[in-house]
Design a binder for this molecule. Sequence first.
Ligand SMILES: [Zn+2]
Length: 132
Amino acid sequence: MYILDEFYIGLDEKKIFGSKCSKCKIVYFPPKIRCKKCLDQTDELIELPQTGILKNFIDSDIGNHVKKKHKNKKQELYGLVQIDTIQSKIIMPILNAEKANLKPGMKLKVVWGKGKITDTPHIIGFEPIDLE
Ligand SMILES: [Zn+2]
């Protein structure tokens, strides 16, 4: 089976996978077909933890045009997230959080939702993990 097919099947089961180049030991998320370092095909899919660290964040109030468009909408937050155990970082919506409560280095977890086109579960964002 082609490596990216397995990735999408993983989403059906609410699992997330990264692709790994076993030569360089680098894991990519979202999965990449080729290793950026050695340019060989990545040859392994590994399940990733559904937690990560918030590296940085922005909100949608940046830029007035965005503000006008979303006048009645709740402020949207976007974070640069580093999934635990790997080096790749992705930009994802940060949900169920207030800007004032976000800080770089905080722990986040995946939020699953339904896709717009299909019922396949999708990662719709990340939310802070409550640390009691
Ligand atoms: Zn490589």
